[in-house]
Ligand binder design. Structure first.
Ligand SMILES: Cc1ncc(COP(=O)(O)O)c(C=O)c1O
Length: 556
């Protein structure tokens, strides 16, 4: 009898263990199905592989024919490159000189300079088309370098510049005048912060506000609060989405440590919703609505432009539907839904992505333009999520402070920004916004197509990205032709063009003329030589072969 009971007991334990491992296995499978198949979707593998990518670069001959182009085309490319180089060195002489002088002491400059183009070409490009990273003035939609050259600004100052540089210059000056009497006193608040809070509550539709110094910090705090209140550890981000440079939101390449508490899931995918439905340990889901322009792809940078597979297409309806489904699952599972609107906030609509896509979040982070031209990060959230202590457990707190939080000068510039948002003029700027920018993008694409230039733009309102329509290893050269035509881009090149809303039709027409002229010159110089054997696949394969060969046979 005793033996029978023991045996039965063992069977019971075995069955329970089996059931548990089947469930665990099922969950593992669900998780792996919810990962995007690209390397961006597999942070751990990407980090491991990155350690194996060897450095190598092309000598002066191979630089011009790495795609197997005939000698005549390579010679055309070389002539074009030399012409461009002479133009750069003459036109940007002082700006280049000062940049080179400063680079040794500014690590950021060394980094951005090294990553403007794919590394195989970087040394030669830097030697002949050196970076000119200084400007001395802005004027309307243009910036002026140290040589006095004026260029249309398409960098948008990383997205900060929404209403035009003149607006922010004034916001900073007017704001500074209003808090001058207080000066840079920290800790205690200037009273104008009260209006900032009211306006942010109204805009976000949320109860409370906290002020930080950057978008990265705002995201950190939002995630921390979600973990604190849910008592769960995992954060979900979507493949490719940028949320600042804090380790937990950058689990792949770029982070010296693995981010153990982060799941990177496929954007706009049922499989990801299944993971959210079945895992118990998920505290929050972070959404960067900018990904609607290129779901599952990383922020497009020309340093990764090895071929022409960069794609982008914005579908507002599809993304709204996705966010609604995400909202429903988060409600069901009591997962905190965080919209990271540091980039897109105020750019799409006054009420940001929440208004634009018609979905409410539990916490929203803002930054960039909200500071009225000064550095800022803000979290808005539901009262119960924003609370940093527990009434019944005095030692259980979620600590978050910062010396420069609520700096009076920043609060004052922000106040100018928020007050401006209330004006009829600002409301007017949002009217027909998408129609205007969609029409401008369509117009430019039509001109590019009419001249059979293998390049096109895709846009989400005033945020644009350049895509390439035929396989090529040299698309990254376009940034240098654009610069020569007087168009200023940020260091990531043609991946991101950001327009301010003070671009008039005439300004845009000038940009479009220059863009087409740049693409035309690049075409004429032979960089877009094509051949049936040259496909994106063949390019990828060739690069992989080069890497393996260097890994195996190079001594470096
Ligand atoms: C969506 C998003 N979140 C967070 C950040 C980080 O903001 P910051 O650079 O102010 O730290 C950025 C910056 O580009 C961003 O685009």
């Amino acid at each position: 009898m005793e033996w029978a009971t023991t045996t039965l007991g063992l069977y019971g334990v075995g069955a329970a263990a089996l059931a548990t491992s089947v469930v665990t296995l099922r969950r593992r499978l669900d998780l792996s199905q919810a990962k995007h198949r690209s390397l961006a979707g597999h942070a751990r593998i990407a980090r491991r592989l990155a350690a194996f990518v060897p450095f190598y670069d092309y000598d002066e001959t191979r630089f011009f024919c790495s795609d197997g182009t005939p000698a005549a085309i390579a010679a055309r490319r070389r002539a074009g490159f030399e012409r461009l180089s002479a133009l750069y060195k003459a036109r940007f002489a002082e700006t280049i000189r000062r940049t080179a002088e400063a680079a040794g002491g500014i690590s950021d400059l060394q980094f951005t300079d090294a990553y403007r183009v794919p590394f195989q070409y970087s040394r030669h490009v830097r030697a002949h088309l050196p970076a000119a990273a200084f400007v001395q003035a802005s004027d309307g939609v243009t910036v002026i370098d140290l040589d006095g050259n004026r260029a249309y600004d398409l960098s948008g100052s990383y997205g900060v510049n929404l209403f035009g540089y003149d607006f922010y210059r004034d916001a900073i000056a007017r704001g500074a005048a209003r808090v001058r009497e207080l000066g840079p006193v920290l800790g205690a608040y200037h009273p104008l912060i009260i209006e900032n809070v009211h306006l942010l509550q109204e805009i976000s539709g949320l109860d409370e506000v906290s002020f930080h110094m950057s978008g990265t910090e705002a995201v950190m705090q939002a995630v921390r609060l979600a973990r604190y209140h849910t008592r769960r550890s995992r954060l979900v981000r979507f493949c490719g989405a940028y949320h600042g440079w804090w380790g937990d939101v950058q689990p792949g390449i770029g982070n010296p440590l693995p981010a153990h508490e982060t799941y990177t899931l496929k954007d706009m995918s049922e499989e990801s919703l299944r993971v959210l439905r079945t895992r118990e340990n998920i505290a929050c889901v972070l959404v960067n609505p900018l990904q609607a322009l290129h779901p599952n792809a990383s922020a497009p940078s020309d340093s990764a432009l090895l071929d022409s597979t960069r794609r982008a297409r914005f579908d507002r309806q599809a993304y709204s539907d996705w966010l609604k489904r995400l909202r429903a699952v988060c409600d069901e599972r009591k997962i905190v839904l965080i919209f990271d609107e540091v980039f897109v906030g105020f750019r799409l609509a006054k009420g940001g992505a929440q208004e634009y896509f018609g979905v409410r979040a539990d916490l929203v982070t803002y930054g960039k333009t909200l500071g009225g031209g000064l550095p800022i990060g803000v979290v808005c959230g539901r009262r119960e999520l924003m609370k940093r202590f527990r009434d019944d457990r005095p030692a259980d707190i979620c600590f978050a402070r910062g010396t420069f939080n609520s700096h009076p000068y920043v609060m004052a510039a922000m106040n100018e920004f928020l007050r401006y948002l209330q004006t009829a003029e600002a409301q007017d700027r949002y009217r027909d916004l998408d129609r205007i920018w969609d029409a401008r993008a369509a117009q430019l694409n039509e001109r590019l197509r009419a001249e059979a230039l293998p390049v096109e733009v895709a846009n989400m309102s005033s945020i644009w990205t350049v895509c390439y329509r035929q396989p090529s290893r040299y698309n990254w050269m376009l940034q240098y032709y654009l610069r020569a035509e007087g168009l200023a881009l940020s260091w990531i090149g043609t991946g991101r063009l950001i327009f301010s809303l003070d671009y008039t039709d005439a300004d845009f027409a000038a940009v479009a003329d220059r863009f087409v002229a740049a693409a035309r010159a690049m075409q004429q110089d032979g960089w877009w030589w094509s051949d049936p054997a040259l496909t994106d696949r063949s390019i990828k394969r060739a690069v992989l072969k080069e890497m393996i060969a260097h890994r195996l046979f190079s001594r470096r």
